[in-house]
Write a protein that binds this ligand. Structure first.
Ligand SMILES: Nc1ncnc2c1ncn2[C@@H]1O[C@H](COP(=O)(O)OP(=O)(O)OP(=O)(O)O)[C@@H](O)[C@H]1O
Ligand SMILES: [Mg+2]
Length: 296
């Protein structure tokens, strides 16, 4: 895939500027957030606002996700991370704002619309069936058939091939029940399932939260593999060590607002924690990096 090295960096500041005349920040009409020619975001949200009754879980969020990159979505508990990815996955529909996917405005009215676009979400509970084997899980709801019989051979072949492409080598048999897999292996099956559905963007909510050291390393490798295949990866994580190992870009939500969005190089652990806990970007780092600004 012919991608620019860093479309966001070329585009200059990646944050919405001061509030515009109508009082809404993040007006993109000035082109500030438009990637340089030839580059484009796979997904862009513009002014996404989502309310649950009186609670505004997301306020005017402008997020940018590029293909072939890992974007880490950070934020404290209740910051709105899960709500945002549920909007992208078609589980929630925002009250306000727009989503642009592959250059086109889209309304993601349900999970089928999301998967139709190639947006696959791997939730923390993974939604796998313990009592089914790996192949059955990977083809659940979209089984291959030949003359109304299940085409087990083709499904096995595709499942094996996808796992091999993702360099998942620790699974003993693809006919193993998913209930007998380790946490990392379960993640791998969930990711493989998403990838098999021609994913263009894979969203992962806390993929390493419950994993040990070796399993975490395996999942981080998976994420790198997805990136190398040109897939956009949006990953939620509270583990900054993991984030710094794989992320190309970091977006921080604070109380439902996008506090900062910048290349990973603009952060260190300290400034990331500062942004997560205060919604502000460390002034010293701002001076050091002209490509980032914080919303006041
Ligand atoms: N279905 C819902 N109904 C009402 N309020 C909700 C609902 N889902 C989320 N919220 C509220 O929206 C806000 C954001 O929640 P969200 O789950 O998106 O946070 P989060 O960043 O994923 O947090 P965590 O790190 O704890 O998973 C919280 O105040 C939460 O209480
Ligand atoms: Mg959450």
């Amino acid at each position: 895939m012919n991608l620019p090295a860093d479309p966001r960096a070329e585009a200059g500041p990646t944050l919405p500027g001061p509030a515009s005349a109508d009082g809404r920040s993040g007006d993109h009409s000035d082109g500030r957030n438009t990637p340089a020619s030839g580059a484009k975001w796979l997904l862009e949200t513009r002014g996404i606002t989502k309310r649950f009754g009186a609670v505004e879980a997301l306020s005017d969020v402008n997020l940018h996700v590029a293909p072939g990159e890992v974007t880490a979505l950070l934020g404290d508990n209740g910051a709105g991370k899960s709500t945002l990815i549920k909007c992208l996955a078609g589980i929630h529909e925002p009250e306000e704002g727009q989503m642009i996917f592959d250059g086109h405005p889209v309304r993601i009215r349900g999970p089928k619309v999301a998967t139709g676009l190639g947006i696959e979400t791997v939730y923390q509970d993974l939604a796998l069936c313990d009592n089914l084997d790996i192949v059955q899980n990977m083809f659940l709801g979209r089984e291959l058939t030949t003359s109304r019989l299940l085409d087990e051979d083709s499904m096995e072949k595709q499942a094996r091939q996808t796992l091999a492409e993702l360099s998942v080598t620790t699974v003993r048999s693809i006919r193993q029940l998913v209930g007998s897999l380790s946490g990392g292996q379960r993640q791998a099956v969930a990711v493989a399932k998403a990838v098999m559905q021609n994913a263009r963007m894979v969203i992962m909510d806390e993929p390493t939260a419950a994993l040990g050291v070796a399993q975490t390393a395996m999942v981080l490798d998976l994420i790198r593999t997805l990136r190398s295949r040109g897939i956009a990866v949006l990953v939620i994580s509270h583990n900054l060590n993991d984030v710094f190992k794989v992320a190309d870009h970091i977006a921080v939500l604070y109380l439902g607002r996008l506090a900062v969005e910048a290349p990973v190089g603009a952060f260190d652990q300290q400034s990331a924690v500062y942004a997560i806990t205060t919604g502000r970007f460390d002034p010293a780092t701002i001076e050091a990096s002209e490509t980032v600004k914080a919303i006041e």
